[in-house]
Design a protein around this ligand. Sequence first.
Ligand code: 5GP
Ligand code: ZN
Length: 112
Amino acid sequence: MDCLFCAIAKGEIPSTKVYEDDKIFAFNDIDPQAPVHVLIIPKEHIKWAYDINEENSAVVAHIFEKIPEIARSLGVNEGFRIVNNCGDQAGQSVKHLHYHLMAGRQFTWPAG
Ligand code: 5GP
Ligand code: ZN
């Protein structure tokens, strides 16, 4: 299977790593939409949020447990936004589950 984010997690494609452990990998987005824009992914290939289930949800919990540590390590102390785009209508361009951690500017809601 040809998956960009699996290749990034394995180090086969270079990225700017922000955090790594045995289960997850975090790296800077190549096209940042905020001063801090990190992508956090499970090392295990999960296509999208539709595929989160009882068997694999521990890694999703792990991502959310690590988000405060990752945010603080980047000097993010004034809030952040977590985004998951699931499916084409939501704008998911890479079909490997990922969470955008964005910070460092004022965000609007629901868009931008
Ligand atoms: P999505 O649109 O699927 O929610 O988010 C995919 C994100 O991956 C986009 O923000 C895009 O800029 C980022 N991205 C796409 N290709 C690469 C890449 O090769 N390296 C890095 N670091 N980010 C990428
Ligand atoms: Zn993958």
